[in-house]
Design a protein around this ligand. Sequence first.
Ligand SMILES: [Zn+2]
Length: 247
Amino acid sequence: MSPDLQHLIDLQNLETAIEEAKRRIAAHPQRVADADTRLAHAKDAVETARQRLKASQEARREQEKEAATYQARLSKFKDQLSAVKTNREYQAMQLEIETAQKELGVAEERVLERMMEADAVAAEIKKGEQALAAQQKEVDAEKKTLVEELTTVEAALKDATASRAALVASLAAPLVALFEQLARARKGLAIAIATREGLCSACHVRLRPQAFQEIRRNDQIIQCPSCNRILYYIPPPPAAEPAVTHA
Ligand SMILES: [Zn+2]
């Protein structure tokens, strides 16, 4: 392969590595924020359940007070029952007692419902706390990995940038100018492969047979007639040769 062509391919690979590293570095804060958001959701779920338990317990205390009031009223009626003189008074008092009994039953039923509700919410809190602990562990590990990745990517960026500068310094100025002009015009991709079918892999134009033959030799700088990118050819590996077929 022509050294110039090989250098430009190397330069393209470095440019691509630099862009990828920059993209990953730029994405880092959002990835950390996403992990924090997941943790915050798990915390919120536990906090919401705790608030519900508190509200349920407060409601239960209110209903216990209510039940105590009915209980007191019922006791008072029962005391009064012994003091009544007439059958009519007795019947009226019996009715009062029945009503108070019913009210007390309803109030006690509500207290029981609240107790059951509190048990269910307490179980939910326990589950939420377990989920939160698991999420915390996961997020801690993820953040550690993200920091390690960032360090690796920053080092790769530094290396690629230094290699790029050294390579550019070693190349003829017009070659670098051509590469940079193409890279600017073609979203960072100045180089493309000519496919085995004779197409530009970037813009898919079909190359004229003679141009394709020249490109296949990889011994000069040839640009795509359509997108202007510099083309090169990768010969198929020997293993890709078709196996012997039995006719
Ligand atoms: Zn092209």
